[in-house]
Design a protein around this ligand. Structure first.
Ligand SMILES: Cc1ncc(COP(=O)(O)O)c(C=O)c1O
Length: 482
């Protein structure tokens, strides 16, 4: 069924009654301009002469004359007893923004980018039920201006969920609902900038996006090396940074988990130097072989700002996440959010609260874990069969693996070859900060592609790597990470 033609009711026309140009000419010029510049699209219905005359406070004759002229020029299709239709001939002009940047990102034959969830798994039916429930039950106050930290009912559900599933020490009043974990990070960083901080430490490598956002927020990201046990805390001490972003449960992009010893060392550093750890727990729900390790926030809630979101578990487009904050940061972070947008949209918050309360979130996660585990197994098996000489790392959780290659040049060649073939992999180099000297290789996501496509993609990728990587070199073991 084709949609009914869109009838334009809101049309910006400004007539100047003092001008010498007759009103009908002014109207005709402005309509022509709107059509030529692409502000009015082909097939749109303009208002009837009576309605537009009324809206502009002119006689119907003025509108009739303007429409007749544009009809004669071919810009409008005039129809007896019906509203005129816009007719665009050729390419619309520069006022239309489509095609500037559609924000959908690059297109690949196979999307093997790390940490891309399978968006076809988004539980639309269950979400709709929660959204409907939200609309049915929202009080007037809940659709007015709400607490800038977010709706209390959602903060309570998230607090309960994080306490039971991730071991957090948390109450609703320590939570700020944000537009994702990156938003949470940026809000915290703005507060740090206000406190006079200039630098923020990161594991090296770590996600390039977080580095870019930090720079925009006014902080210089400083890379701290990691080894098999996690971030090298001695290096952090030497750096004089007083805030660090870390992902102890599942480091991106290497995929390692911090040893207990290293977690304690990191917490000691924060205590002794009065510093802040931003714990990025963006994908901790996905561990396939063992139970996930708890968040370090649970051991030091006044030293750790914990950030997370539903981007990997539900969908990034919903833009919902949270920060769990030390008492000293709650008001400042909520204030930063309030300054930009008052608070996150309330209906989605109510829907998420309902979704978690009805245990749909738990059920959905369990289902996804099964799906991603199968994909991981398929990918790892194919890579190990086809490329036994290169270690496959970071397989315990998340939605990608790290295929270690012998050298920087091999990484670059393999990446270029893979991209040429339409395989959307990433490389370690894309996520490295200055001074990186650790292992190199490709990051291969298994979240977004279905099983059969994933196997085909893995075979093609193996071929691309065999063609591009120098033979005979021994890959460097992970213990040389630092
Ligand atoms: C390390 C890391 N943190 C956070 C995110 C997600 O950010 P958000 O929760 O804002 O969607 C990503 C996205 O890929 C990521 O890779």
């Amino acid at each position: 069924v084709s949609p009914r033609p869109f009838q334009v009711r809101e049309l910006l026309i400004a007539l100047n009654r003092q001008a010498r140009t007759p009103l009908a000419h002014q109207l005709e010029n402005q309509l022509r301009d709107a059509i030529l510049r692409g502000r009015l699209a082909s097939g749109q219905q303009l208002p009837s002469t009576r309605m537009l005359a009324e809206q502009l406070g002119v006689s119907r004759g003025v509108v009739l004359r303007a429409y007749a002229q544009l009809g004669a020029e071919g810009h409008l299709t005039l129809r007896q007893g019906a509203n005129p239709l816009v007719r665009v001939v050729g390419v619309p002009g520069p006022d239309i923004l489509s095609g500037v940047h559609d924000g959908d990102g690059p297109r690949f034959r196979y999307d093997l980018r790390p940490e891309r969830p399978d968006l076809s798994q988004f539980p639309r039916g269950q979400w709709l039920r929660s959204l409907r429930h939200a609309l049915d039950t929202a009080t007037d106050a809940e659709v007015g201006y709400i607490d800038s930290r977010g709706l209390r009912s959602l903060r309570e559900e998230i607090a309960r969920y994080l306490a039971r599933a991730r071991g957090l020490a948390v109450t609703a009043n320590r939570i700020v609902i944000t537009g994702g974990s990156t938003h949470a990070l940026v809000l915290i960083e703005r507060v740090l900038v206000r406190q006079g901080k200039r630098v923020i430490a990161f594991e090296n490598p770590s996600h390039e996006l977080l580095h870019t956002l930090s720079r925009r927020a006014g902080l210089e990201p400083l890379g701290i090396p990691i080894d098999d046990d996690g971030l090298l805390v001695d290096e952090l001490r030497r750096s004089a940074a007083s805030a660090v972003v870390a992902a102890p449960a599942h480091q991106f992009p290497i995929g390692l988990t911090y040893s207990k010893e290293r977690q304690l060392e990191l917490l000691r550093w924060a205590d002794e130097t009065d510093s802040l750890i931003v714990e990025d727990d963006f994908n901790a729900g996905f561990r396939y072989d063992r139970a996930p390790i708890g968040a370090i926030q649970g051991s030091a809630p006044e030293r750790v700002a914990y950030i997370g979101s539903i981007s990997k578990t539900l969908a990034p487009g919903l833009r919902l996440g949270w920060a769990v904050l030390p008492a000293s940061l709650v008001d400042d972070v909520a204030g930063e959010l309030e300054g930009a947008m008052q608070h996150l949209p309330a209906l989605e918050q109510l829907a998420l609260a309902d979704f978690v309360r009805r245990a749909e979130f738990d059920r959905h996660l369990r289902r996804l874990r099964g799906i991603y585990r199968k994909r991981r197994d398929l990918l790892v098996r194919t890579l190990r069969n086809e490329l036994p000489q290169y270690p496959v790392r970071g397989i315990a959780g998340g939605m990608h693996v790290f295929l270690e290659l012998p050298s920087v040049a091999d990484e670059a060649n393999a990446w270029a070859r893979a991209r040429q073939a339409g395989l959307g992999v990433e490389s370690i180099g894309e996520h490295a900060l200055a001074g990186y000297g650790g292992p190199r290789g490709l990051l291969i996501g298994y979240g977004a592609e279905h099983e059969r496509a994933l196997i085909r993609a893995a075979h093609e990728l193996a071929g691309a790597i065999r063609e591009s990587v120098g033979r005979g070199d021994k890959p460097r073991p992970l213990t040389h990470l630092a």
